[in-house]
Design a protein around this ligand. Structure first.
Ligand SMILES: [Zn+2]
Length: 292
């Protein structure tokens, strides 16, 4: 089970969240058969969504969507609360097989597979209108892009480090840490955070070396005094149901559904988000046609 830990530092003027998301990203990779570079990009966005998802309550939902012009196409990650101290998250990419060679530093070239474009963040609240923020991608490396969104759209200067380590057998480690500078933080606190984050080893290196979420928080906080809050369970989850699939199919209309039922013994629909396959018999589709 993956875990995320929340914390604060410098008398509450820095808000921290860190997590290990290896199983979450592995699950996404297997469900969508993601190519290595695609798994790094999707895994980073999914990790960022899960970390930020710890602040959600009730039926609130957070969606991060990257629309880039690279081979990966649009990438979407969702997170929501699944109960007390539990977060569900899901993600998919338009082109899961998108892959490019490693970059000059021997790392996944996430920037190239994503391309140029924008990051849109949507927060759906229990009541009222959703909040929407959109920023241009600064690098396409995803961590920088989420940090730019937090700084520019939410006015919260932030450090965002998310990483995925994979080899030909699959995902070896994934995780991330986010530090947010709240109003009232003094200059020395900000300087300490900047120094510590620049000196910090990549999160996946820390995880492979045995770091837990609290250790990731300590690494980014440097000499600041940290106060740990809550531990959250995080897992890949989806909200699709057979009924929701039927509602989508109803949109095809009476005639189209009748045609489907007469032409093929089974109609298959796959959930974009989780890869779940729903199979409807010709009789099921005929019944839908009658309802349409
Ligand atoms: Zn689904």
């Amino acid at each position: 089970m993956d875990r995320i830990v929340t914390a604060s530092a410098a008398r509450g003027t820095v808000s921290l969240v860190a997590g290990i998301t290896t199983h979450l990203v592995r699950d996404a990779r297997e469900r969508h058969d993601l190519a290595p570079t695609a798994s790094a990009a999707v895994g980073r966005l999914l990790t960022a969504a899960a970390l930020l998802g710890t602040s959600l309550k009730g039926r609130e939902r957070l969606t991060l969507q990257i629309a880039g012009d690279g081979p990966l196409g649009k990438v979407t990650a969702d997170a929501w609360s699944t109960g007390t101290h539990a977060v569900g998250a899901r993600a998919y990419a338009r082109n899961p097989s998108a892959d490019v060679p490693l970059n000059g530093r021997g790392k996944f070239d996430v920037a190239r597979v994503v391309g140029g474009g924008s990051l849109q963040v949507t927060k759906n609240y229990e009541v009222g209108h959703p909040y929407n923020g959109i920023v241009p991608l600064v690098s396409g490396e995803i961590g920088d892009d989420v940090a730019a969104y937090l700084a520019n759209s939410e006015q919260i200067p932030s450090i965002v480090a998310v990483g995925v380590l994979a080899d030909p057998r699959g995902i070896r480690a994934a995780g991330g840490v986010i530090a947010q500078v709240m109003p009232g933080a003094d200059e020395s606190t900000i300087a300490t955070l900047e120094r510590a984050s620049q000196a910090m080893a990549p999160v996946t290196t820390q995880i492979v070396d045995g770091a837990d979420p609290a250790a990731l928080i300590d690494a980014v906080a440097g000499s600041l005094e940290v106060k740990l809050f809550d531990t959250y369970d995080v897992r890949f989850d989806c909200r699709c149901t057979r009924e929701k699939v039927e509602i989508v199919l109803l949109g095809l209309g009476k005639d189209e559904l009748a045609k489907l039922a007469s032409e093929q013994p089974e109609t298959e629909a796959t959930c974009d988000f989780c890869g779940e396959r729903y199979v409807l018999s010709a009789d099921d589709v005929r019944a839908l046609s009658a309802r349409a």
